[in-house]
Each structure stands twice: as C-alpha cells, then as structure tokens.
Design a protein around this ligand. Structure first.
Ligand SMILES: CC(C)(COP(=O)(O)OP(=O)(O)OC[C@H]1O[C@@H](n2cnc3c(N)ncnc32)[C@H](O)[C@@H]1OP(=O)(O)O)[C@@H](O)C(=O)NCCC(=O)NCCS
Length: 182
C-alpha cells in the first residue's frame, strides 16, 4: 500500500504542525469548518489525539508525502470510530481510499478486541460516502436531520461500518435493510 500511518505526538514534537494543519485547512463537512488555535489546543490538552481512548496519525503517502491526519476513537470499545482529514491540496484525487484502507488495517491488526469499525458523515459528503463504499464498508443508518449545521438547516448523518470478518474475508456481510411489514 502507498500509505504509511505515522503516530502523531500531539503534545510534543508534532504539536505545532498539527495546529497548523487543523487551522489552515477548511473542513466544510465537519461541525466546525474553521477551527481556531484555541479550540485545537484545548482538544489536544484534553487528550483527544492521544489517551487511553484516542490515537492519531499522520497519513504519509509514498509519492506525495504527508497528505493528512487520521484519529481513531473509542479504542477500548468493541466498536472503534475515526476522523479522517486530508489536506485540501490532496483532496479530490482518490487518496481517501487507500487512507481509509490503511486505517482499517491498522485498527483490526492492532486492536484484537475491536470487531467493528464505524464512521459517520454528513449526507452531502459524497466523497466520503463513496470512499466508504469503495472500501467495502456497509451503510447501516441514515439519521434524518441528525447533523446540526451552524446557522442552517440540519442535514442527515449517515453511518457506515466494516466488520473484522468482512475485512478478513473481503466479503461485505449484508442484512435486510427493509423494515418489517405491518
Ligand atoms: C472525505 C475525503 C477523505 C475523501 O477522499 P478524497 O480522496 O478527497 O475523495 P475524492 O474527492 O477523490 O472523491 C471520491 C469519489 O467521490 C466522487 N465525488 C466527490 N464529490 C462528489 C460529488 N459532489 N458528487 C458526485 N461525486 C463526487 C469523486 O468524483 C470520486 O469518484 P471518482 O474516483 O469516480 O471520480 C477527503 O476529501 C477529505 O479529507 N475531506 C475533508 C475532511 C472530511 O470530510 N472527512 C470525512 C470525515 S469522516
């Protein structure tokens, strides 16, 4: 794979580079599209990038170098969650695909008790939704008006996941999406 995940030291050597990455990029599909230095520093201080429940990584690409960051959450739960953010310069080139593959591999190969890896995104984040599907993740929920939008109308939140056994076999486990008939 062209991607290498490099553990990020948010309170030490990587602090300034992380703050720079988070404040110079816009994340229009996140709750806060423009993050301030104070907000990111508070979040680092709370352990959001590394503590017993969280870990974070630079996404290093063999050809392009450092293309973004990934944060894995809920490390002690049977289901881990994540946040994936590519640098604006490297979006729109399909690089999210190998980034999510590398992150999935990392989770299932380093967290033996994790059997499910989940992610949620806004319904209008088509790039992320296609990335999920292309990586073999299954859509499991569509929370109508579940994603608040600052100063706007809420949009749906869409949830996808991959099971450990699906990652091992390459076969996405399906289920009956339609509800009971009454
Ligand atoms: C979301 C993200 C990881 C996706 O990775 P990416 O490599 O940039 O994805 P791409 O933009 O190449 O899009 C993937 C596919 O969706 C398609 N797509 C993207 N936006 C689209 C739109 N509005 N309508 C239709 N198709 C769209 C692309 O054309 C591409 O398909 P293709 O390969 O057939 O051309 C990356 O853009 C990113 O980090 N964004 C900012 C942070 C973020 O939103 N993270 C998600 C939080 S979970």
């Amino acid at each position: 794979m062209s991607i290498n995940l490099v553990r990020l030291d948010a309170v030490g050597n990587d602090h300034e580079a992380l703050v720079n990455f988070m404040t110079r990029n816009e994340f229009r599909f996140h709750g806060t599209p423009r993050i301030t230095r104070q907000a990111i520093e508070a979040s680092i201080a709370k352990g959001a990038y590394r503590n017993e429940d969280n870990d974070s990584f630079w996404i290093d690409h063999a050809e392009h170098g450092r293309i973004g960051i990934a944060r894995v959450q809920d490390l002690r739960d049977p289901t881990a969650m994540f946040d994936l953010r590519l640098d604006e310069e490297f979006r729109g080139r399909g690089l999210g695909l190998d980034s999510l593959r590398a992150l999935t591999q990392h989770v299932f190969s380093t967290l033996p008790d994790t059997h499910r890896f989940e992610g949620q995104t806004r319904e209008d984040n088509i790039a992320m939704r296609k990335t999920f599907l292309r990586c073999g993740w299954a859509k499991e929920a569509h929370y109508r008006e579940g994603w608040p939008v600052q100063g706007g109308t809420p949009v749906a939140s869409v949830a996808y996941s991959i099971l450990r056994r699906d990652w091992e076999t390459g076969q996405t486990t399906t289920f009956v999406w339609e509800d009971l008939t009454l």
